[in-house]
Design a protein around this ligand. Structure first.
Ligand SMILES: Nc1ncnc2c1ncn2[C@@H]1O[C@H](COP(=O)(O)OP(=O)(O)O)[C@@H](O)[C@H]1O
Ligand SMILES: [Mg+2]
Length: 217
């Protein structure tokens, strides 16, 4: 479903990664790991069509990013590391706002169902009053409004309470299985990755991560 061929990214003289290859199928959950600065966020942004690679080719559902970027965007949802929500609006007002931006028509009932699927029952609560874990869940629910085929999550479980972390992990597994979505996400927690992911991809060349991966397998 997703094919990444010989992908490289440079910022000026600096090479972030080179000749990266990745092939993934619908329903998989891929964990991206690597040291800080290895290029995980950069790769997610490129896969989200928000940044261009320096060279290489990506295709999704047999269509190249180069030629079909606009169309492919409809199938892709990306949740950045920094939470992107309106703090002064309630949970449901945020859902409604992002629904309006989406091409898809989603009823209020469906928005509610999305919120309860991530176990967030706080429709009328202002986002500024939510815990970090609840904000993450809301950001996840927002990203699913457009019914994506490829879901890209940058550290969706960083710095949140254990319960939310476990719930998000369980939700992602269910989502991949039931909706046959390809999920690619970054995390620093190898235990979580082992629990949630079907596969791990290491970004960068730090031998520490190669060793962890061996232990993991
Ligand atoms: N817009 C940018 N301009 C220049 N360098 C950048 C930019 N974004 C990221 N980088 C650099 O690219 C490298 C990879 O960053 P990033 O993808 O954020 O890594 P990670 O998410 O794995 O911690 C880092 O060295 C970072 O400083
Ligand atoms: Mg990052």
């Amino acid at each position: 479903m997703l094919e990444v061929k010989s992908l490289s990214k440079k910022y000026g003289e600096k090479t972030v990664f080179e000749d990266l290859e990745l092939s993934a199928e619908a329903g998989e959950i891929i964990g991206l790991v690597g040291e800080n600065g290895a290029g995980k966020s950069t790769l997610l942004k490129i896969l989200a069509t928000l940044s261009l690679p320096s060279s290489g080719e990506i295709s999704l559902m047999n269509q190249t990013y180069r030629k079909n970027e606009k169309k492919l965007r409809e199938y892709i949802a990306y949740v950045p590391q920094d939470i992107a929500l309106f703090e002064e609006l309630t949970v449901m007002e945020n859902m409604k706002f992002f629904q309006k931006l989406s091409r898809k028509k989603v009823s209020k009932e469906d928005l509610k169902a999305l919120l309860s699927s991530v176990n967030l029952q706080a429709d009328q609560v202002k986002v500024s009053n939510l815990s970090g874990g609840m904000k993450r869940k809301l950001n996840l629910a927002v990203s699913l409004i457009s019914d994506p085929k490829l879901l890209l999550l940058d550290e969706p479980t960083a710095g949140i309470d254990l319960r939310s972390r476990i719930e998000i992990g369980a939700f992602l597994k269910k989502l991949a299985l039931e909706k046959n979505i390809l999920i690619i996400y970054t995390s620093h927690d190898m235990n979580e990755i082992e629990q949630v992911c079907s596969r791990v991809v290491i970004i960068g060349e730090d031998p520490f991560y190669s060793k962890i991966l061996k232990d993991f397998l």
